[in-house]
Write a protein that binds this ligand. Structure first.
Ligand SMILES: Nc1ncnc2c1ncn2[C@@H]1O[C@H](COP(=O)(O)OP(=O)(O)OP(=O)(O)O)[C@@H](O)[C@H]1O
Ligand SMILES: [Mg+2]
Length: 252
């Protein structure tokens, strides 16, 4: 077991966004979290990555209770994430973005960003990740000038620049064409093998991608786990198909 959640609840005022969610992820797994809009997927990722504090329940990462320790310390322990809405700095270049991520990993946070240009280790690590993600040729391009598919890739690459053991991705392929989705997933899977990532957890709406890449699928509905099973079992589960996939038709 690398990541385990037990009895997670999250209230926003009176509203219960997560209502007793438990899960576990083992080393080597690629797990997808699916569910209709508002099911609680992002809330779950935010709790697992220490950004949101649960109202109740616990999260264990590598056999350590990590509830409430915060995203920075979790990143140092080996957990990284990307966001549903790309969170890159528009006026940094690809390389600068990846250097900024490397700063956190290498503990260079006490120094001014400007002085990092001369930090060979940070520079080399950033270039390596850029190349791993096929962004080497665009290393001097400003993030805001990248096409949407490359922006998503840069966001995922920034998480990889932390050299995590596990990574959580909130809709890594949203807002890009079907062809770009597959390209992003192929790049991601190749990169994770190269850096020896131990597990990937993603929220994804595109069921072709979910079925093609997942070892296991967790379906959420109204803050509860509706199903937690292998892709073939999920595909054969009418309740999941009707609730999660049926409702999604035309939703995005
Ligand atoms: N900060 C907040 N304050 C109040 N309600 C919130 C907050 N964040 C989320 N919610 C509500 O909690 C529920 C779950 O939201 P969440 O963003 O986790 O859903 P989701 O499954 O990620 O949906 P989507 O597919 O649209 O991304 C929704 O009803 C949402 O409106
Ligand atoms: Mg969401």
């Amino acid at each position: 077991m690398i990541l385990q959640a037990d009895g997670l609840r999250k209230f926003y005022g009176e509203f219960c966004a997560l209502d007793g969610v438990s899960l576990r992820v083992d080393a080597g797994e690629f797990v997808s979290i699916i569910g209709p809009n508002g099911a609680g997927k992002s809330t779950l990722i935010n709790i697992l990555t220490g950004i949101t504090r649960p109202s109740a329940g616990s999260v264990r990462f590598k056999d350590r209770e990590v509830g409430g320790i915060g995203p920075v310390r979790l990143a140092r322990l080996g957990m990284a994430r990307s966001f549903q809405l790309v969170q890159i700095f528009p006026d940094l270049t690809v390389l600068e973005t990846l250097q900024a991520a490397g700063v956190a990993r290498l503990g260079r946070g006490g120094r001014l960003f400007a002085s990092l240009a001369g930090d060979r280790e940070v520079q080399e690590a950033a270039l390596e990740v850029a190349e791993l993600f096929g962004l080497g040729d665009k290393r001097h391009t400003l993030a805001r000038q990248l096409p949407q598919g490359d922006k998503k890739l840069l966001d995922v690459a920034s998480a990889f620049a932390l050299r995590p053991e596990i990574i959580l991705l909130d809709e890594p392929t949203s807002g890009v064409s079907t062809a770009d989705k597959t390209a992003i997933m192929e790049t991601l899977v190749t990169a994770s093998r190269r850096i020896g990532l131990r597990a990937i957890i993603q929220v994804e709406h595109d069921m072709d991608i979910v079925f093609a890449y997942s070892d296991r699928i967790i379906a959420l509905h109204e803050g509860k786990v509706l199903a937690d099973a292998a892709p073939a079992a999920i595909q054969a589960d009418r309740r999941v198909i009707d609730t999660v996939i049926g409702r999604r038709a035309g939703a995005h």
